[in-house]
Design a protein around this ligand. Structure first.
Ligand SMILES: C[S@@+](CC[C@H](N)C(=O)[O-])C[C@H]1O[C@@H](n2cnc3c(N)ncnc32)[C@H](O)[C@@H]1O
Length: 271
């Protein structure tokens, strides 16, 4: 796929900078002076690279915590080369001299691997300023416990951002973006790697925890045929509106209220 290692490195840097830009642009629409300086940040499901965490440290974050269900990040020579090249490039471009290499940055990044966010109990409650994820919430086993955990860890007034891909990840190459909604739940548990929760259900869960929804950008299926393909869907999805089903990805920026409002009860779940 890539002709050489430089191309691979370049593509990784571009992708991670793009994710960072989406996050900061969304935050700055809500607060034009928003900065990560001295903030404690938590990324859920970072995947295979520390690059995004490094960007946050370079932007002044105090600490970046990474929580992933699996161990996917290793200090191998390609990663170390990637991190150091990126840091060098960043320092030159931004004329920033706070850090010189990866060794000076890595002390500020704490990686909790083999920790599903739903059961993660290591950090103290209300200690994190900003929690985010990219292409992760659709994979979590229990979304309600996940949002509950985000709510617990965020400081009052803290912010959370998530990019969520609602598409079928199994048939994605065939561009059958919603095909997976046909499978009965008992089969899906064996073959699927996403939770199939739909857009309106995400919003309900965020609202149940009293989050203020600051910004939501959703992308819809182009085809107008949703009402036709919907007939083949599992009953639980047929109940949802065409509008809801046609949303194939979204990003959300939400805030935990500042006041001490009572949070939704743990078992108050019938959506
Ligand atoms: C599709 S990858 C996305 C990785 C990375 N954020 C990116 O954009 O490249 C999903 C990641 O979420 C992690 N993950 C899945 N379920 C999780 C959970 N319950 N708690 C924490 N991490 C989880 C996976 O191990 C994986 O690293």
């Amino acid at each position: 796929m890539y002709n050489n290692i430089e191309e691979l490195i370049k593509s990784k840097i571009i992708r991670n900078q793009k994710i960072y830009n989406s996050i900061i642009n969304s935050l700055r629409k809500y607060d034009k002076n928003y900065s990560f300086k001295d903030k404690k940040i938590l990324e859920i499901g970072p995947g295979k690279s520390l690059l995004l965490a490094i960007i946050f440290i370079l932007k002044g974050a105090k600490k970046v915590y990474l929580v992933d269900k699996y161990k996917k990040i290793f200090d191998n020579s390609i990663n170390l080369m990637l991190y150091n090249l990126f840091i060098k490039y960043y320092i030159t471009r931004h004329n920033s001299h706070n850090f010189t290499d990866f060794d000076s940055i890595k002390k500020k990044i704490i990686y909790f691997s083999k920790n599903a966010i739903e059961n993660f109990n290591i950090l103290r409650k209300e200690t994190i300023d900003f929690i985010f994820s990219n292409a992760v919430l659709e994979h979590v086993y229990n979304l309600k416990l996940t949002i509950e955990k985000i709510n617990l860890l965020l400081k009052k007034g803290g912010i959370t951002y998530h990019q969520v891909d609602l598409k079928d990840h199994v048939h994605i190459r065939d561009k059958c973006y919603l095909d997976f909604l046909k499978y009965p739940e008992k089969y899906w548990r064996f073959i699927g790697d996403t939770n199939r929760i739909r857009y309106s259900q995400y919003l309900k869960i965020f609202k149940k925890f009293n989050f203020d929804l600051l910004e939501i950008n959703s992308r819809k299926l182009k085809s107008k045929g949703i009402s036709i393909i919907k007939k083949d869907f599992n009953k639980e999805f047929q109940k949802l509106s065409d509008e809801d089903l046609s949303i194939i990805s979204f990003n959300i920026l939400a805030k935990k209220p500042n006041s001490g409002e009572v949070i939704a009860k743990k078992y108050y779940w019938n959506l």
